[in-house]
Every structure is written in C-alpha cells, then in structure tokens.
Design a protein around this ligand. Structure first.
Ligand code: 5AD
Ligand code: SF4
Length: 473
C-alpha cells in the first residue's frame, strides 16, 4: 500500500467532526495518512457546513487558497464534502474550476472508490446522491485503534422538523436512526482503546429509533451506560417539542449521564416561534425547564438563539431577553439570522437590517455574559470532579520545580463547564494525571468562559462525585 497524505479541514458542527473521522478511517484503508501540513498533502478535503452563510464563506475562502498549491503540485487531489457540497453540487466547479471531487453528506462510504477513480482516470466527479433510506454502512475493517478519551458518535442523521430557517432537512435528508447494536459495538471498540466520554449525536435525539421501531432513546442511553470503561455520557441535540419526562428522569437515574442539556429555544416570542415552525410555545418551553430542574436541580442548561429572524420586532426581541433572564441559562450560542437556500424563511417579509441584528446580538451576549459569570462565580469554593482532557493552552514550559510554573490541565465538569486547573505541592504528582482521568478540583476563580482551580485529593470531594469514580483518590 502506497503511503500518501491527507489534509482534512473540518468546518461546522460535531456531526461534521464525526463524519471527518469516518472519512479519515475509510481513506486510511487506501494508504492515506492524515497530515497537518497542507504543503505535504496528496489529497485535500474540506468538509463543509452551510447552516449559516458565514460557515459557507469559510469553505470557499479555504478552497480559493488551494489554487496556488494545485499549480505547484498538479497531482494533488482536491475535494469538497459535507453540506455545501450537497447543496451546490456541480455548480461548485464553476466557482472553483480546479476542484476534482464534490461529494455529498451521504457519499462517505463511496469515498475510497471515488478517490481511486480520480487517481487513475484524472476525471472530475460529483456524487451528491441521497438514498431514500440511507446510510450507516458499518466499516468492514473495524474501528481504527485510537487513544482518544472523548468522542462524538452519530446515532441518527437528517431531520424531519423543517424549521423554517434551516437547511438541514434539505442537505442532510430525512431522519434515519442507526441500529443500537451498531452504536454499542462502535463505542465498545473505542472503549477498549481508552474512551471515557461519549457524546451521542442527532438533530433530535428524542425521536431516535421511532420511525424504525428500534428502541427508545432512554433505552439506548441505558445500554451505553453499561459499557464499563465509560465514565460519562453526553448527547445533543434535543428538540423542546419532543423532550419528555422519560429523558428528564434519565438525568436522575442514569449515573453516567452528564448533568447538562442543550435545549435550543431560538426565540422567546410565540409569534416568532410560530413563524419559525418550532411547534412549541414559550410556556411549554418554560414548563419543560421547570420539570427538568425539579427532577435534577443542579443540571446546566444551554441553548441556541437566533436574533433578527424576519419579522422580529423589538417587542419580540425583548421577550427573548425576558426569557433569558427568567431561565438563566448556563450558556448561550446566539446567531444573527441568515437566509439559506431552500429554507422557507428566505422568502419571508420583514427582513431585519444587519445593523439591527448586530445590535441585538450584542445586547443578548452582554446579558448572557453577566448571567454566566454569576453562575460560574457561585461555583468558587466548591470541589468538582473534572474529566482531565489534556494540557491547557496556557501551559508553561513545564519547570515542575517552580510552583508558579506548575502544569496546567484542562477538563470539564459534568455540567460541561471548562475548568483549567493546576496541581502544585508535589510536582511529580502532576505527571500522575492523564487524559481520561477524573480529578477533583477545588474551584478558585470564575471567568465568563471558564473556571480555574486546583487539583485536590479525591476523598475530599467524595460528596460531589456521586456516581462518578475518582482516580485521584
Ligand atoms: N440563521 C441563523 N442561525 C441559524 N441556525 C440554524 N439556521 C440558521 C439560520 N438560517 C442556528 C440555530 C440552530 C443552530 C445550530 O444554528 O440556532 O439551533
Ligand atoms: Fe434544523 Fe430544526 Fe431540524 Fe434543528 S430541528 S436541524 S433547527 S430543521
């Protein structure tokens, strides 16, 4: 097998991260090794996102930069995959004439043969076929061994909800769930090579398996939690209209399920929610949050909000701010509305000016920053179990004999808050911490996007650990 190099640029959501891993795994069988050097690459793939205009622009600006490389290295194969490829198809060749391959969201399994064909025949290919009943061909040759401690695993693809602003149902196709045995099998294989945390991915996990009559999502969660080596389970995303008491109960009964839910609300105005085709009201959303907090008081709730949806008045926007103040989310992802191809709202009247969208976004982010800081501040002085991920970016050069240069680690709380922490006192023990280990950390400082603390002995935090096992003890 010839050794060649693959440069893979992933833009967009966690589902794209998972897809890119699948791409890399399938191409490894053809002899492609991943490289972080564009200059060394024999094959460049950009895995794209089209959910907002900005993500699409990012993909085209990257592709634009490849022209020079292609001139220098004519044998280089360049490809675009993912949602932009699915949406634009062969039109992309007009914009990027030196591109070799456009492959859609359901063509990943066919990628090795597409690349081989281009390699041999030097032809251009477009493959954006969407089967009626897609996907999830399991890789024949098993899962490549890795030592990743945390991973995303896709449990379903596509979406049937048709929110009026969203391209996902058009570019990812109809909702399809993967068989639970295949999901468990995949996670079990990763667990054998060090996986400690898994995030199950789907556009609307509450409808997992319903169409195919597989099993309920909560049953899948309970099967995943039986994988012994796994310490933590997360999932995303839940649609508020389908989020039910069964799943709420799982936060109490399933000890490995992290105490965090991402529940996109999009707007606090019933009028806007209706035009967005979200199929719930502000009252229903508030009711579900109340039930959730009733069952699991320490759960962290995050959400997505779109500002400047067509027709959003200042009163509508004020209702969104009011909802944010009432709920006090732990964190928010807020976006300026953008028109997307095929999305019905692109034709709605009452478009909001870009300046207004910018202003509203800033007001919302300022409000949320105050709330997040306050929530984070309340954690100062507590001791929390953190799943260590690796060194934090601000890591020192590592002179362990100098206390101010103690190694800085980074990890997350069960509630998904980033904690950078240090381990002083006994410098040698810094080296005892390894990725995938649960460490008790005493929180000393709070910022708006992270916390800062000190690793402490496990026993001191026994109360906070609850169902989680500590390796620091
Ligand atoms: N414009 C702005 N934001 C959007 N999102 C989806 N479509 C659009 C759009 N056209 C946001 C939603 C969704 C998140 C993933 O992206 O908030 O929850
Ligand atoms: Fe898009 Fe709505 Fe489906 Fe989410 S639920 S992917 S916002 S259509």
């Amino acid at each position: 097998m010839v050794n060649k190099y693959l440069y893979l640029n992933t833009i967009g959501c966690q589902m794209n991260v998972y897809d890119s891993e699948q791409i890399a795994m399938r191409l490894a069988a053809l002899g492609y090794q991943q490289t972080s050097s564009l200059e060394n690459a024999d094959l460049v793939i950009v895995n794209t996102c089209t959910i907002r205009a900005k993500a699409e622009q990012k993909a085209f600006s990257f592709l634009g930069r490849l022209a020079r490389l292609k001139k220098k290295k004519p044998g280089l194969i360049t490809a675009i995959g993912g949602c932009v490829a699915q949406q634009e198809g062969e039109k992309i060749f007009k914009r990027i004439p030196y591109l070799d391959l456009v492959f859609g969201t359901q063509a990943i399994d066919r990628l090795p043969s597409l690349i081989q064909m281009i390699d041999q025949k030097r032809c251009r290919i477009v493959d954006i076929e969407q089967a009626d009943k897609p996907l999830f061909q399991e890789a024949d040759d098993g899962i490549a061994a890795t030592d990743q401690m945390s991973r995303f695993v896709t449990i379903m693809r596509g979406c049937d909800n048709f929110c009026s602003y969203c391209v996902v149902p058009y570019v990812r196709g109809r909702e399809t769930s993967r068989h639970p045995d295949d999901i468990i099998n995949e996670i079990q294989q990763y667990a054998q090579t060090g996986l400690k945390e898994v995030t199950l991915l789907g556009q609307n996990v509450n409808s997992y398996g319903k169409k195919e009559r597989l099993c309920a999502f909560t049953e899948l969660l309970s099967r995943v939690s039986q994988i012994e080596q796994l310490l933590r389970i997360r999932f995303t995303t839940s649609h508020p209209k389908d989020f039910d008491q069964d799943l709420i109960n799982a936060f109490r009964t399933n000890e490995k399920l992290c105490k965090h839910i991402h529940l996109p609300v999009q707007s606090g105005s019933n009028r806007v929610l209706k035009r967005m085709n979200r199929k719930y009201t502000k009252a229903l959303y508030l009711d579900k949050v109340a039930k959730l907090r009733d069952t699991c008081p320490d759960i962290a709730i995050t959400s997505d909000i779109i500002v400047g949806f067509p027709g959003e008045s200042t009163t509508d926007f004020d209702e969104t701010l009011e909802l944010i103040r009432t709920i006090e989310f732990d964190g928010l992802f807020a976006f300026k509305y953008s028109d997307r191809p095929n999305a019905p709202s692109a034709d709605y009247d009452g478009k909001v000016s870009d300046q207004q969208k910018k202003d509203r976004l800033q007001i919302l982010l300022d409000l949320q920053e105050t709330l997040t800081r306050r929530k984070n501040q309340a954690l100062v002085g507590t001791c929390l179990p953190i799943l260590a991920e690796g060194f934090s970016k601000r890591q020192s050069s590592g002179n362990l004999n100098q206390p101010d240069q103690a190694v800085q680690w980074t990890g997350r709380t069960s509630t998904n808050k980033i904690v950078n922490f240090y381990h002083d006192g006994n410098p040698a023990s810094c080296n005892d911490i390894c990725p995938g280990q649960l460490v008790n950390v005493k929180i000393e400082k709070a910022y708006s996007h992270s916390l800062w603390g000190k690793a402490v002995e496990g026993k001191a935090a026994a109360e906070e650990l609850k169902g989680e096992r500590s390796y620091a003890a």
